[in-house]
Structures are given as C-alpha cells and as structure tokens.
Design a binder for this molecule. Structure first.
Ligand code: FES
Length: 70
C-alpha cells in the first residue's frame, strides 16, 4: 500500500515482476533486494532493472475511513 499524495492510495502486488521475489523495502522507491530492481512509488514502473514490467496494481476503493480491496 502506498500513499503517493495525501488521500490517494494505491495497493500493489508485493511480488517482483523480474523473478518473483517479494519486494522488501519501501523508501523513496519500492525495492527488491534479490537482484536490485526498484519501482516508482507513483506509477509502480521499474526505475532500475532488471525488472521491466511494473508491479501489478490491486483495485482499491476508499469507503469513509476504510480502504477496501475490490
Ligand atoms: S526478483 Fe526482484 S530483482 Fe530479481
């Protein structure tokens, strides 16, 4: 789960699109420590390879104070 802007939430798969390791760190990017791929917090695209595909997004809705997976 990320919040790239206040009130805007995104839910992403935590499985790296390179070879399936779980991404393990979120700093200024989402990082997979298996082979060094990094993904953008704003659009999930890879900013550093070897991954070439973005992290898949999971549909999410905001219902009051709750975040609900669709
Ligand atoms: S599995 Fe993530 S970089 Fe290779």
């Amino acid at each position: 789960m990320t919040q790239p802007q206040a009130g805007t939430f995104r839910c992403l798969s935590s499985i790296c699109t390179h070879s399936g390791c779980p991404v393990t760190e979120v700093t200024t990017t989402i990082e997979c420590t298996c082979h060094g791929s990094r993904f953008s917090l704003t659009d999930c695209s890879p900013t550093v390879g070897p991954a070439v595909e973005p992290l898949p997004e999971v549909a999410l809705t905001v219902e009051g104070d709750l975040l609900v997976l669709s």
